[in-house]
Design a protein around this ligand. Structure first.
Ligand code: AMP
Ligand code: ZN
Length: 114
């Protein structure tokens, strides 16, 4: 998707603070962090929303969670705990329509989110 900001980050057309990359995902620091650790784990495939997951692409979700687990360890937030968030659509608060998983940690998280 030529007008997708996350595709541009994946293709290195715009810079970002990448902390991990493999054949399926890129992980980079959120430009507007909501916690001391705030990393976005983004599948390389352009999938607009969680509603676009299907049998062919669903494996990226479990892979993203495994990458999040390893990043939680390397960021030192594994023992105290962390949160993974994925917003879907307008009411879910999604602003970038290329699915991603927020890895948040380094502070106590309240519930429910606003
Ligand atoms: P969401 O609102 O769930 O779609 O999350 C989109 C996230 O992308 C927000 O937390 C933004 O701060 C973040 N974001 C937007 N543009 C960039 C960028 N160029 N680099 C890093 N993070 C970004
Ligand atoms: Zn995209």
């Amino acid at each position: 998707m030529s007008d997708c900001i996350f595709c541009k980050i994946i293709n290195k057309e715009i810079s970002s603070n990448i902390v991990y990359e493999d054949n399926l995902v890129v992980a980079f620091r959120d430009i507007n962090p909501q916690a001391p650790v705030h990393i976005l784990i983004v599948p390389k495939e352009h999938i607009p929303t969680l509603l676009d997951l299907n049998e062919n692409n669903k494996h990226v979700v479990s892979h993203a969670y495994m990458v999040a687990k390893e990043l939680a360890k390397s960021e030192g937030i594994d023992e105290k705990g962390y949160r993974i968030v994925s917003n879907c659509g307008n009411d879910g608060g999604q602003t970038v329509y290329h699915i991603h998983f927020h890895l948040l940690g380094g502070r106590f998280m309240t519930w429910p989110p606003g």
